[in-house]
Design a binder for this molecule. Structure first.
Ligand code: AMP
Length: 598
């Protein structure tokens, strides 16, 4: 172990000091002599050699956009029959359902603030959400016992026909928060509202004429990975609903995606660029039947200059005003996102803010270790050598470093894989699959490529490079460490701090550590704020938002306030009505026992 690595970091990751973060609850409860040997690299399994070129040529590779979804033969009415084989594929092993390792103990403490002209009574369980029985069954099949805080508000809000703004991060359960009620409301109406489509049992691509895709629901997401992830959730919740989901994203083959659209599409998930590409071919895709549009991770897309595409998509087709429900989800709520919401959302919308940017990360043990640039590679190796086998995501800031670390770890016999922007889509999908299934439990990636990735049981995030202030700064840090500690899990995040390079992020990083009840290492102590500043710790993202809202309030901008955009979105303590989610998730018990580490 390098001199630079503190004892606490090693303890956190190898489980000596903080077992619950790294061992499963079952492992942690074992007597000392039976606990797994966490330092045995042999347990990592064999490195899987990756021939990235193969994925460019491999015609048999199955695109994510082509994966199986519920399809039916002929006319079954409003609800389709059960299809056990597909059910297994979509929802996984029935003996594990409902035991997916969600530890709701930390969820109890997450607050939801609601604001805006419309108020919602939160539901306590899915049975109260007015869901179609088949949708309720799908929720049960997915193993969701109780709604997460955002779901408690979002389900009734969408059920009652409101537009919704959700300030929530990936990991809060926001995908189901919008998918479940939207699909449930459309059930039974699909026949009346949806476009005609061919019988999937008899349809022959290239022989039968394709239809124009006229989705009822459009979901826009910034990255291919997130779009595919949402599509996979949609495949679950569309089961037996007679609603057909599709996904389109840049990098995937246009022809395959077009072929899927040509079979009919009711729920379309896509990245903004590819969606607009298809919209420019009205014979392939139109939005004239669109009833719901969801913009997911809006802040990401606006930061990436996707506004023109978003405006085009949000304008919908030529349907009558007022027939579209808008949902906008965002981890932060910068001015550009507020402007987008103002333009498109109904005046009587529901605004929900889940916790604060960092509060959700109290379940992640964060360790910042001082490592000089030239020593980082050795430090990483030392660190990895001490780890028990577990899913790890390593972030680096450049594609070159990602490649170098992939080489380094592979040569040292770690089963690793990597993704970055220069890899083509097939390679990225193959890497993600290898990571998800555990063939390659170590994923090395740039921040952008990993945005929104949701993989269960990621126990450790390593920031080999801390994000630079020019590329996301502390928000990027928050996003990255959020890849572990998903939805109530515990996790560990370790960051290498290079004093020659990372000084600009030191101050806000220190405040983040304080805010999330973490220890501040000695070399960051000079950045600990004092006095009032210490009491009023704020995240950059929040303060950015508050400044603007505060300015509107201070200027007495009655027009703004009249539209429901006053200053109430402040810290929650002032102005915004804090609605604390009641604690009825039961004792702080993890239910992870029966799930293998990967
Ligand atoms: P999301 O924030 O939508 O990316 O969701 C994070 C993860 O939580 C996903 O793997 C979901 O399948 C899972 N999830 C969402 N809602 C629930 C729930 N009510 N109970 C258990 N797991 C959930």
């Amino acid at each position: 172990m390098s001199d630079n690595i503190t004892q606490s970091a090693a303890e956190a990751a190898i489980g000596q000091g903080n077992e619950p973060f790294n061992m499963t609850p079952v492992e942690a409860a074992l007597p000392a002599e039976e606990k797994p040997n966490m330092a045995q690299k042999a347990d990592w399994g064999d490195p899987v050699p990756y021939n990235y070129n193969a994925y460019t040529k491999d015609a048999t590779h199955e695109w994510e956009s082509n994966t199986a979804r519920y399809e039916w033969d002929g006319d079954y009415g409003d609800v389709g029959p059960e299809f056990p084989e597909l059910e297994l594929q979509l929802f996984g092993d029935p003996t594990l359902r409902g035991k997916k390792g969600i530890d709701f103990s930390t969820i109890d403490s997450i607050e939801v603030f609601q604001e805006g002209p419309a108020r919602i009574d939160p539901i306590a369980n899915f049975e109260d959400a007015g869901l179609h029985p088949v949708m309720l069954k799908n929720v049960q099949l997915a193993g969701y016992d109780a709604p997460t805080p955002i779901q408690r508000y979002c389900l009734p809000a969408i059920h009652n026909g409101y537009d919704v703004i959700g300030i929530a991060q990936t990991g809060s359960g926001k995908t189901a928060a919008y998918l479940v009620p939207i699909l449930s409301k459309l059930m039974g109406k699909a026949k009346k509202l949806a476009a005609p489509r061919p019988n999937p049992a008899t349809y022959k691509p290239g022989v039968d004429a394709p239809v124009t895709a006229e989705p009822l629901v459009v979901i826009v997401a910034p990255t291919r990975e997130l779009a595919v992830q949402i599509f996979n959730e949609a495949r679950k919740f569309c089961y037996r609903t007679m609603l057909r989901p599709c996904v389109v994203y840049g990098g995937g083959t246009f022809r395959d995606q077009q072929e899927q659209l040509g079979r009919g599409c009711d729920v379309l998930i896509g990245t903004p660029g590819r969606l607009v590409d298809f919209l420019e071919r009205p014979a392939v895709l139109t939005l004239r039947r669109m009833r719901y549009i969801v913009i997911d991770e809006a802040d990401e897309m606006l930061a990436e200059d996707w506004k023109p595409q978003l405006d085009k998509i949000m304008a919908g087709g030529d349907q009558e005003e007022g027939t579209i429900n808008y949902m906008l989800f965002s981890a932060t709520f910068p001015k550009a996102a507020r402007d987008l919401a103002k333009t498109h959302l109904a005046d009587t919308h529901v605004r929900l803010r889940v916790g604060r940017a960092g509060s959700t990360h109290r379940n992640i043990a964060q360790d910042v270790i001082e490592v000089a640039g030239p020593k980082k590679k050795q430090a990483l190796l030392d660190y990895m050598n001490d780890l028990k086998p577990q899913r790890v995501i390593i972030f680096a800031n450049s594609k070159r470093t990602v490649e170098e670390l992939d080489d380094l770890l592979y040569k040292n016999k770690f089963p690793c894989t990597s993704i970055h922007g220069d890899r083509n889509q097939k390679e990225r999908e193959a890497s993600m699959r290898a990571f998800r299934c555990g063939d390659c439990p170590v994923l090395i990636t740039t921040g952008v490529s990993a945005r929104g990735i949701d993989v269960r049981n990621v126990f450790l995030v390593i920031n080999y490079d801390l994000p630079s202030m020019d590329h996301g700064g502390i928000e990027e840090y928050t996003h990255r460490i959020g890849r572990t500690g998903r939805i109530g899990h515990h996790g560990v995040a370790v960051s290498f701090y290079d004093p020659a390079r990372d000084e600009p992020i030191a101050s806000v990083l220190t405040r983040t550590l304080l805010e999330t009840d973490q220890e501040v290492p000695d070399f960051l102590k000079p950045y600990v704020p004092e006095g009032v500043a210490r009491e009023n710790l704020k995240f950059e993202a929040d303060s950015d938002f508050e400044e603007d809202a505060g300015a509107a309030g201070a200027a007495g901008d009655a027009g703004d306030a009249g539209e429901g955009w006053g200053s109430g979105w402040g810290t929650g303590a002032e102005g915004a009505e804090g609605v604390e989610v009641p604690n009825n998730f039961g004792p702080a018990q993890s239910t992870e026992e029966s799930v293998p580490a990967w």
